[in-house]
Write a protein that binds this ligand. Structure first.
Ligand SMILES: Nc1nc2c(ncn2[C@@H]2O[C@H](COP(=O)(O)OP(=O)(O)OP(=O)(O)O)[C@@H](O)[C@H]2O)c(=O)[nH]1
Ligand SMILES: [Mg+2]
Ligand SMILES: [Zn+2]
Length: 352
């Protein structure tokens, strides 16, 4: 597989020059499974491990280790379909999500993607607030967000749902689709150019893998009925994986997420709530929280009915979450460091 088809370009050539001088080969991370990786090089698919040196250089920062979508510098092990990963090239974009659960830590969902498809189902499970949170994450990533309203065959008030999605989506494109019949999939496909990488994210069961199968033209990803998954309490997709489309373009499928928390989201919050950002310029206090201050232009707009109350509430909830995460970040960062020190210790002491 040619590197250009996988998204390699002149900038990457420049970045790779020092690695090339050391005899390394470029590859892209297709699957990450704890500390084993599946990589694509120009000509082959290989399994790989990271070097102890790379772990050491990451100094406990998990984000510095290779993730799905990363370009890496590898050393091929002779006569084996195996490799060692020596370095990670700079990331152009980064999709980060807070890990759910009590330990708060950032989780990288994908890197170096051009477009993030935020998939929701247009059936009764549709939830505009969740979509809003996904959009914040996407705006932070540097990639272009596109909202996909899937399962439109199960929706009786599509116009209302589209309007609601459009309201939270702001400038982001909103597409309607049906993975069962293939309706709307052409429009989606048109957004994926050869050399592009896109990622599908959304809660479990919304039809991410079904849409990818449609794009591919064949069932290559397993899907599972929502009824069945409830009974079994599991997701259909269980790891993040890159898929190369026959028509060109790389797609990353991800396991559904139960919840969307937001990591370093203050900038994304501004982009998701541009009308509040604009109103805030009229507040008396520069650090107004728009909750109780006097002469608050945002509260005034809510009272006047020009800013919908639920938009204001979503904004406030997000601010609370961001400040909570800031606090938790310090603790989690510390814990993570200890964990990966232990890991580094293990790798360093592994017999060769
Ligand atoms: N009616 C209808 N069903 C759909 C549509 N798209 C997907 N489904 C069904 O919804 C179920 C879940 O689809 P998946 O593609 O497995 O969902 P997913 O988002 O990949 O789920 P995870 O891998 O668990 O995150 C399957 O039974 C699909 O057949 C659609 O447009 N309409
Ligand atoms: Mg899936
Ligand atoms: Zn204010």
């Amino acid at each position: 597989m040619g590197l250009t088809k996988l998204g390699w370009n002149a900038t990457r050539d420049e970045q790779f020059a020092p690695h090339l001088a050391k005899g390394f080969v470029p590859a892209r991370v297709a699957v990450e499974d704890k500390h084993f990786y599946r990589l694509w090089t120009e000509t082959a698919e290989l399994t790989a491990q990271i070097t102890g040196k790379l772990i050491h250089e990451a100094r406990g920062d998990h984000a510095k280790l290779p993730k799905v979508g990363d370009w890496v510098a590898i050393k091929l092990l002779p006569n084996e379909a195996k490799a060692a990963i020596h370095a990670v090239l700079p990331r152009r974009t980064l999709i980060v999500r807070k890990i759910s659960g009590r330990d708060t830590a950032a989780q990288i969902l994908a890197t170096n993607v051009e477009t993030v498809f935020l998939v929701t189902a247009a059936d009764a499970s549709f939830n505009a607030a969740r979509l809003e949170r996904m959009l914040v994450m996407a705006h932070d990533s540097g990639a272009r967000p596109v909202v996909v309203l899937n399962k439109i065959d199960l929706c009786e008030d599509l116009d209302a749902k589209l309007a609601e999605a459009g309201r939270v989506a702001g400038d982001a494109l909103v597409l309607a689709a049906c993975a069962l019949t293939g309706r709307g999939v052409k429009k989606l496909a048109a957004l994926i150019q050869p050399g592009d990488t896109v990622v599908f994210i959304g809660t479990s069961g919304v039809g991410k893998s079904s849409l990818i199968n449609r794009l591919y033209g064949e069932d290559i990803q397993a899907t599972l009925e929502v009824r069945e998954r409830d009974a079994k309490g599991r997701h259909a997709t269980s790891w993040r994986e890159m898929i190369f489309l026959p028509q060109g373009g790389v797609v990353i499928d991800t396991p559904g997420m139960r919840e969307f928390h937001i990591w370093d989201a203050s900038q994304g919050a501004k982009e998701t709530f541009p009308e509040i950002e604009a109103l805030a310029r009229g507040c008396h206090f520069r650090d107004c929280t728009h909750t109780k201050e006097k002469d608050c232009a945002v509260l005034a707009a809510v009272a006047a009915g020009t800013l919908p109350r639920d938009r204001h509430e979503s904004f406030i909830k997000l601010q609370l979450e961001i400040s909570y995460l800031r606090e938790a970040e310090k603790r989690a960062g510390w814990q993570d460091r200890r964990k990966s020190d232990r890991l580094a210790h293990r790798v360093f002491n592994k017999p060769d």
